[in-house]
Design a protein around this ligand. Sequence first.
Ligand SMILES: [Zn+2]
Length: 329
Amino acid sequence: MSVPPCRFSIAESDAPIELLPRDLSAWQQGNCGVDYVHRLDSGHKGPELVIQALTHGNEICGANALLWLLENDIRPTKGAMTLIFANVEAYKTFDPQRPFASRCLNVDMNRVWHASQLTKPDNHEALRAIELLPFIENADSLLDLHSTTFAVTPMLIYPDNACNRQFADRLAFPFPHLLYDLGSYHTGMLISEHERHSDGGFSLVAECGQHFAKATSQQALATTLRFLQLHGMLKDTIELPDWGYSPDSDAGHYRIDRVLKAESEKFRFVELFKGFEQFDKGELIAIDDQELIAAPFDNCALIMPARVPIAGEEVVTLAERIETSVDKN
Ligand SMILES: [Zn+2]
């Protein structure tokens, strides 16, 4: 059987670049002694929230959502919310000719939230994480805003427990939910670190759409405002924007099973996958050198396949679809 040539190219984006980074210098000086961190306190008792943008420097939508809150002087009606622009140094390196390269300066900032990294930081992202850690540990609930390489449906990702799941269902997020068991997914994810410190709060990643699509910013803001509203912290007069994308047949709950790595530089998917393609057990999904890689279980969905498979690196997450639609309750 012939293997189709890899059609990925790092220089090639599958969507036009509709969003460009904005100048954040006006927001560099925060009010907590840490650059690009703003804590807005209602002065009333209530939840302590963190909303973080730019965990990945090229994921512009989250920064736009936080800018909207700041520029419109949105204050919580109770409790406090801390807005964090995380990896601004990477964000500032954006180059439209290489739009994926500003994801990080040294390492993936969504893998450094772990004692093994934070006790002996030797890279920009871990050093920045150490500055931000007190805010994360102090937060009752955390929303971490991201976007995706391909123009796939938006999704929520969270540790699988009743608390997170009920909250996520109440958000009425009409797109896929990806659940994972704490400790079984990537080591060093921000929401996992938060989940370990949280007592009855919520820890969510929102993947808001393609990195450079305008609709992604709307999605990030729609999610952020609903997150605040569900905590009872948003003024009634603030209008909630539409979701930005139309729901599609991918909506439902998926349980993350495993992450595949490319063992060789010959790793190839059998087709150019974008994500959420589903397979029955035994169906071929990739070839790694001579090894055939088949779906290991039924209802096996491919989540965020890599644009450019690289030997030794993660290439795709496999998740089992466990429901056909989001709870409407
Ligand atoms: Zn991301």
